[in-house]
Ligand binder design. Structure first.
Ligand code: SAH
Length: 366
């Protein structure tokens, strides 16, 4: 995280030097314009910071040499003293359906995953918000690794920069549905959202960014108070309290009725609907009565439902329902609430929902 101490180090630097010694240098990806100005120090004119900000976030350069409008001497100093900080690609798995799953290595050697899912001339990038996850949902493989740490804003933005390459922003959707629970790393997620949406920088519309949560009730209200925030999706996954508690232990702390109440109180923007995600588990939460209860739960909310048939995994104690069951469930919900079935992407490279980190559990060819 970019702590106060590090910022202090920046301000205490002498004229003409880059602000921080290499050993504690903060990566530029994740910095706001004012941070870059401080890191450059007072000897550089202010427009240099602007050029760097533009190059990193709008032009999406991969190294300092690519910023051709900077003097060579400054480029050399940057290369020596200030890391750009894009994550390293440890592995890249290509699916037959065009999905690309990246295993990215972070500054401290930990790895996270990012998934690129093309669809026609558009693409969705699924990013992680934490290394691992503490929420322990019983159908999700990421849960098996527990939580290792939060990602910084720079590490969140870096995933988008890396996966997006030069793709135009009006063709991109970003979903925070990779590893981790974004509402348990809210400060970094919000800082990342500001950087992703800044019209002077990456310029991705907040309408194109979706944050998905397991239901951290007090953080939903906190998110609603943020002026710049993604759209909100809630992983519902069950139709009543006890059923949800068996699947998502977080329900013990944040009850289903309080979750629905937080959704009711959530300040939607004029163009916005809530999304509820529902993982269908054969014989557990997929019968007609479940579908009717879901409709009742969501009756007074401005929302839509995305159904996902379970992507199975080793030691996941559930099975995938038949397509006909999924279609029936959808038909019941659809009478009252818009409802789509999300098709799995990148199954052959374990890029689909709930599969991230599977690579560490099984070996496949790359
Ligand atoms: N922690 C956040 C975001 C990560 S999970 C959340 O809970 O929403 C992203 C989505 O993948 C969630 O809707 C989750 O319910 C779903 N998911 C997890 N494991 C899955 C699996 N094995 N099959 C299908 N969807 C799964």
């Amino acid at each position: 995280m970019h702590g106060t101490q590090s910022h202090q180090a920046i301000h205490e630097c002498g004229r003409g030097e880059l602000a921080v010694p290499q050993a504690m240098a903060i990566p530029v990806v994740g910095m706001e314009l004012s941070d870059i100005r401080s890191a450059l120090g007072p000897a550089e004119p202010a427009f240099r910071a602007q050029q760097i900000y533009d190059a990193v976030y709008r032009k999406r350069v991969e190294n300092w040499d690519a910023i051709s409008n900077l003097p060579k001497s400054l480029r050399a100093r940057l290369a020596d003293e200030l890391p750009l900080g894009l994550p390293d690609v440890e592995k890249r798995y290509m699916s037959a359906d065009g999905t690309v799953r990246y295993l990215l290595r972070l500054g401290d050697g930990k790895t996270v995953e990012t998934v690129w899912m093309p669809e026609g001339d558009r693409a969705t990038i699924c990013i992680s918000s934490q290394v691992g996850c503490a929420v322990d949902c019983k159908f999700c493989l990421t849960a098996r690794m527990g939580l290792e740490r939060n990602l910084t804003a720079g590490e969140i933005v870096g995933q988008v920069l890396l996966a997006a390459g030069t793709a135009p922003v009006d063709r991109l959707n970003i979903v925070m549905m990779g590893q981790g629970e974004p509402l348990l790393n809210l400060a970094s997620v919000i800082k990342a959202t500001r950087l992703l949406t800044d019209p002077e920088g990456m310029g991705i519309s907040p309408r194109r960014i979706t944050l998905s949560t397991a239901g951290i009730v007090p953080k939903i209200a906190e998110l609603g108070r943020e002026p710049v925030r993604p759209k909100l999706a809630i992983s519902l996954n069950a139709s009543y309290e006890d059923q949800r508690r068996d699947l998502m232990p977080i329900t013990r702390k944040y009850h289903l009725k309080d979750l629905i109440e937080a959704c009711r109180a959530y300040p939607l923007r004029t163009w916005e609907k809530l999304t509820f995600e529902y993982v269908l588990l054969k014989g557990f939460n997929d019968n007609d009565a479940d579908a009717r209860r879901v409709v009742q739960l969501l009756a007074h909310l401005n929302c839509k439902v995305n159904l996902i048939a379970l992507n199975p995994g080793p030691d996941i104690p559930f099975e995938t329902p038949d397509p006909a069951r999924v279609a029936n469930f959808q038909a019941i919900i659809r009478r009252s609430v818009p409802c789509l079935i999300r098709k799995p992407r990148g199954l052959d490279v374990f890029a689909a929902c709930g599969q991230l980190k599977r690579m560490e559990l099984v070996t496949i060819g790359s």
